[in-house]
Design a protein around this ligand. Structure first.
Ligand code: GLN
Length: 190
């Protein structure tokens, strides 16, 4: 499985490492044409306003839609999730509207800008996943076609819609490969 990581801004290296550790062949892309060789794409965390401009200027919006039509997987972390959402509150961001959720940016307040918390995963409830939240958004609405796969305090933090898997937290900053493995085998392979 060849997994491309969008290389513009944000924690690119950590995603390359995370998916490689889970068994994928990983490479970074800065050009939409380079996606032709990819089976999946990762939109990393970072600053969604900055990444948004780049996405649209470089034609990644069309390339990502094409990938989904072709049945390829998209994994998104934090800012990446904001960029896929149908509706964004807080500071407005131009998003791709491919994931039927509403999000509120920087929703956890200043004192809790960054924190770690145990997440219950629907596909492996035996052990919690340590969620690293960094100026994270909150998912405030989930469309009926969206499946909630991870929750924090009964609120959705990991969601799936078809070939898209998106987290408000940063799995790539842990050594727990369960989310990468789920993405590779169930979302991309399934
Ligand atoms: N706060 C950032 C935003 O709204 C997201 C932060 C992150 O990706 N860790 O774009």
């Amino acid at each position: 499985m060849k997994v491309a990581v969008l290389r513009f801004q944000g924690d690119v290296y950590e995603h390359l490492k995370y998916f490689a550790a889970a068994g994928a062949e990983t490479f970074s892309v800065k050009n939409a044409r380079e996606l032709e060789n990819a089976d999946a794409l990762v939109l990393p965390g970072g600053e969604s306003t900055t990444i948004s401009k780049f996405l649209f200027e470089e034609g990644f919006d069309e390339a990502i839609k094409k990938m989904i039509e072709e049945g390829k997987g998209i994994f998104a972390t934090c800012a990446g999730l904001i960029l896929l959402a149908n509706e964004v509150f807080g500071n407005q961001v131009k998003s791709l509207s491919l994931l039927n959720i509403s999000v509120l940016r920087n929703a956890y307040g200043r004192q809790k800008d960054s924190f770690e918390a145990g997440i219950s995963l629907k596909f492996d409830s035996e052990r919690e996943f340590t969620g690293v939240f960094i100026r994270a958004p909150k998912i405030t609405r989930v469309g009926h076609e969206v499946e909630v796969l991870g929750e924090l305090d009964n609120e959705p933090v990991l969601v799936r819609q078809g070939k898209i898997l998106a987290a408000t937290f940063h799995p790539e900053l842990t050594e727990d490969l369960r989310i990468a493995k789920y993405f590779l085998s169930e979302v991309c392979g399934g």
